[in-house]
Design a protein around this ligand. Structure first.
Ligand code: OSB
Ligand code: MG
Length: 375
């Protein structure tokens, strides 16, 4: 079919979270999100950049994403003839890093292509050898660091009552072993895991070994954001499987990490690996090696959430992920209907063309703080 982009519009929206979200690297109360609209032949595709407000999860943030897209990515992809969306990422591969910015645009082109074909996005990304396996996505929740243990226990209880299948809690030095012990005492049998967002070093191996007694499904990214070798050294000392997040930015790194047993589970985030084409490759590499994956989240608004749902339909997404209901984050989401979760803790995949939800344009315009088109 071929795709030639005629216009790219960047839009920054401001959205307060219904509850602060705290990780080992900081607390977020309000999101600043860059949306990307790509246009071709009267059809629009939409993507969401998953960078945070500060360069603390990785090197990217709202402002860097805007500039990278406007000044470096847009000029490369406008009026270029792409055979398909799967070729878009390579066109900005000369840019070092900034995968979330590049991935936001790449995902928009996949959405555009799906709409041009009149297909739902999940079918479009899954049309290869394997195709979509899941019409319902198993969901977990990620619960940030709270001000007190009772507050955490209360949150966990509410999420379990809502049906969520597994609980992920954020940890950091000083909010780890003792807190997890309390959670396990109160909820002995739930599927539980912990995410450290790179808050420890190998010198903390004795402390991390103490987590083995709590029967965690996994511990996510305990060590440095760019470190694979130390994770292999740590995994050799732990019974609990390590799940890699920050340090997997490509299928090649996934292959290397798996080969050295640096982790036994991979969290795939669309933005972190630069879009759908690479996310699919990470998925395939893990699947061939017998490593299960799940879909991570970055506090996305509705477009990013919908893209995550499409990604999580691929067959090796066998574990409950971090994609959850819109209302956990937003008083009002930018899509209609908002993402909803069943009492079984699943999200039903929708069959509308593209990412599957309607944009609430009136609301979107009301929260847009800047907009710029590149032609
Ligand atoms: O490490 O998975 C993470 C949020 C912001 C930055 C990093 C992470 C997270 C989450 C939230 O855990 C997942 C979600 O969107 O619900
Ligand atoms: Mg994580």
């Amino acid at each position: 079919m071929g795709i030639r982009l005629e216009q790219i519009t960047l839009r920054e929206i401001g959205m307060p979270l219904v509850h602060f979200f705290e990780t080992s690297f900081g607390r977020t109360t309000e999101r600043r999100i860059v949306l990307v609209e790509v246009q071709s032949g009267g059809v629009s595709g939409w993507g969401e950049v998953t960078a945070g407000e500060n360069p603390f999860y990785n090197e990217e943030w709202t402002e860097s994403a805007w500039l990278i897209l406007r000044d470096f990515v847009a000029p490369r992809v406008l009026r270029h003839d792409f055979a398909s969306a799967s070729d878009v990422a390579a066109r900005s591969a000369h840019i070092r890093g900034h995968l979330m910015a590049r991935g936001g645009l790449e995902a928009a082109v996949w959405d555009l292509e799906a709409r041009m074909l009149g297909k739902p996005l999940y079918q479009h990304i899954g049309q290869g050898a394997q195709g979509a396996a899941h019409r319902e996505i198993p969901c977990g929740v990620s619960i940030g660091i709270q001000d007190s243990v009772p507050q955490l226990l209360q949150k966990i209880e509410a999420e379990l009552a809502a049906g969520y299948q597994r609980i992920k809690m954020k940890i950091k030095p000083g909010w780890d072993v003792d807190v997890i012990r309390e959670v396990r005492r109160r909820f002995p049998d739930i599927l539980l895991m912990a995410d450290a967002n790179s808050a420890y070093t190998l010198a903390d191996a004795p402390l991390l070994q103490r987590l083995d007694e709590f029967n965690l499904m996994m511990i996510e990214q305990p060590l440095a954001h760019d470190e694979i070798i130390d994770h292999a050294k740590l995994q050799a000392q732990l019974k609990t499987p390590i799940c890699l997040d920050e340090c997997i930015r490509s299928a090649h790194q996934a292959e290397q990490a798996i080969a050295m047993d640096a982790g036994r589970i991979i969290n795939i985030k669309l933005g972190r690996v630069g879009g759908f084409a690479e996310a699919k490759r990470v998925h395939d590499v893990a699947q061939s090696a017998g490593i299960p994956v799940w879909c991570g989240g970055m506090l996305e608004a509705g477009i990013g959430r919908a893209h995550n749902i499409a990604l999580a339909t691929l067959p090796n997404f066998t574990l409950p992920g971090d994609v959850s209901a819109s209302k956990r984050y937003w008083a009002r989401d930018i899509i209609h209907p908002p993402v909803e979760v069943t009492s079984q803790g699943t999200i039903a995949v929708r069959d509308e063309p593209g990412f599957g939800y309607e944009l609430d344009r009136e609301f979107l315009d009301s929260i847009t703080v800047r907009r710029e088109s590149v032609i």
